[in-house]
Design a protein around this ligand. Structure first.
Ligand code: KG4
Ligand code: ZN
Length: 350
C-alpha cells in the first residue's frame, strides 16, 4: 500500500515569502545537513566527515559508512538546529539526496528526511546528488541558462547542459573510470592518503611534467575515458619499482594532472564549439582543484563565456548544495510521497 504525504502540500502559496529548506546529504562518507534560504543563501551547515575512519582502508567501506551515518544523523540535526536562530516552524520543506550513491548510506538520509517530514509536517523533496553538485554553483550566485556544466567527482565525469532550471541533458560521460576515482587510484599507488585528489594536487604543485603518459582520448565524441591513463600510471610505477629506479612523486603527479585535466579541457572545448551557452560551470569534488579551475578559466576566455565554480567548501559533498537544488522543485511543488525509495543509479536523465 502506498503511503502518501501526510498533508496535501499542493496549492499552498509558495511564492509569497522567503523559503527555508532543511537539506540532508548522506550518499557517501559525509553526514551533512544544512538550512538554505531561497536556494542561494546558506543559513547553517554541518558536515560530519568519516574520512578519518575510511582512510585506514584506502577508500570508503560501504557497511561502515551506513553505520556511521546512523550514529551521526540525529547528532548532526541537533547541531544544525543549535547553530541557527530559526526554529522548525520556519522550515518550509525537507530535501534529501536519494540517488545516486551507496544504497545503505542513502537510505539512512532518506529515512531521516521522511521522519522529519512526517513529524514536522513539512513537504519532502528528493534531490539527485549530481544535480546537487551543479546547484552548488547557485550558492551566492545566480545561474544563467542555458548553461554547460562539467561534472567531475569520484563517480562521475560528465558534460551536462541545463537549458533551464531543473532540466538536464547529458552530452557525454566517461566510458569507464571517473576522473576523481583516477586521482584516488594514483594517490593510492604512490602511497598517499585517501581521498587522493587533494594530495595529488599538492604534490603536482611541486613537480614538473617530465613523465611521458598516453594522450587523452582525442576523438570527436563528448565522452571521456580514464582507464588508459590509470593503467599507464600503475604500469609505470610497477616497472620503475621493479627496475629499482626511484620515482619522483611530484613530477609524476604533475604529469598525471596535466594529462587528466587536458582531456577535461579538450572535451569541454568541443562542447563549447558545438553550441552557445551563457555560462560554464564546474561541479563535483574535483572542481576544488585549482589547476583545473585555472585551465577552465582560460578556456572560458577563449570563448568569451563566464566560468563559475563553487566556493571550496561546497565543491565536495555537503548538504547546502542539496538545499540549493531543492529550491526550484519547491517552487514547482515537486514533492515526494513518504514511500519514496533511494537508488544507487543516476536519475537525472530518466
Ligand atoms: O563530489 P565528491 O566529494 O564525492 C563524489 O560525489 O564522488 O568527490 C570526491 C572526489 C574524490 O575522488 C576526490 O579525490 C576528488 O573528488 N577531489 C579532488 C580534489 N578534491 C577532491 N580531485 C582533485 N583535486 C582536488 N583538489
Ligand atoms: Zn559528490
Amino acid at each position: 500500500m502506498a503511503m502518501m504525504t501526510p498533508l496535501s502540500w499542493k496549492g499552498s502559496n509558495v511564492m509569497a515569502k522567503d523559503v527555508y529548506i532543511l537539506a540532508i546529504e548522506t550518499s557517501c562518507d559525509e553526514t551533512s545537513m544544512a538550512i538554505v534560504k531561497n536556494g542561494q543563501e546558506v543559513i547553517s551547515l554541518v558536515i560530519n566527515s568519516q574520512i578519518k575512519t575510511h582512510e585506514k582502508f584506502g577508500g570508503v567501506v560501504p557497511e561502515i559508512a551506513s553505520r556511521m551515518h546512523t550514529e551521526a544523523i540525529t547528532v548532526v540535526l541537533d547541531e544544525l538546529m543549535q547553530r541557527t536562530l530559526l526554529d522548525k516552524e520556519q522550515i518550509d520543506a525537507i530535501a534529501v539526496t536519494y540517488a545516486p550513491g551507496l544504497l545503505g548510506s542513502l537510505l539512512v538520509g532518506l529515512e531521516a528526511a521522511k521522519t522529519i517530514s512526517f513529524v514536522w509536517q513539512k513537504p519532502l523533496i528528493l534531490v539527485d546528488h549530481m544535480a546537487g553538485h551543479i546547484y552548488a554553483n547557485q550558492i551566492n550566485h545566480t545561474l544563467s541558462f542555458p548553461l554547460l556544466a562539467l561534472v567531475v567527482s569520484g563517480g562521475h565525469t560528465s558534460l551536462i547542459v541545463m537549458p533551464k532550471d531543473n532540466e538536464f541533458e547529458l552530452l557525454g560521460a566517461t566510458l569507464d573510470d571517473a576522473v576523481g576515482e583516477c586521482y584516488d587510484k594514483v594517490a593510492r599507488i604512490l602511497g598517499m592518503k585517501y581521498p587522493g585528489g587533494p594530495n595529488v594536487e599538492k604534490a603536482a604543485l611541486l613537480g614538473n611534467n617530465n613523465y611521458l603518459l598516453p594522450k587523452a582520448m582525442n576523438d570527436n565524441s563528448l565522452n571521456f575515458s580514464y582507464s588508459g591513463l590509470k593503467s599507464a600510471m600503475i604500469n609505470l610505477v610497477h616497472n620503475e619499482t621493479d627496475r629499482g629506479n626511484e620515482i619522483n612523486n611530484n613530477d609524476l603527479c604533475a604529469s598525471f594532472q596535466e594529462a587528466a585535466v587536458e582531456q577535461l579541457i579538450n572535451k569541454t572545448r568541443l562542447a563549447l564549439k558545438q553550441n552557445e551557452y551563457r555560462e560554464l560551470l564546474i561541479a563535483g569534488g574535483v572542481s576544488a582543484n585549482k589547476y583545473l579551475q585555472a585551465e577552465l578559466v582560460k578556456l572560458g576566455s577563449e570563448f568569451n563565456i563566464p566560468v563559475h565554480f563553487p566556493e571550496f567548501i561546497y565543491c565536495t559533498d555537503n548538504a547546502a548544495m542539496i538545499g540549493a537544488a531543492a529550491y526550484s522543485k519547491y517552487l514547482n511543488q515537486d514533492f515526494a510521497d513518504l514511500d519514496a525509495n533511494a537508488s544507487p543509479q543516476d536519475t537525472l536523465f530518466n
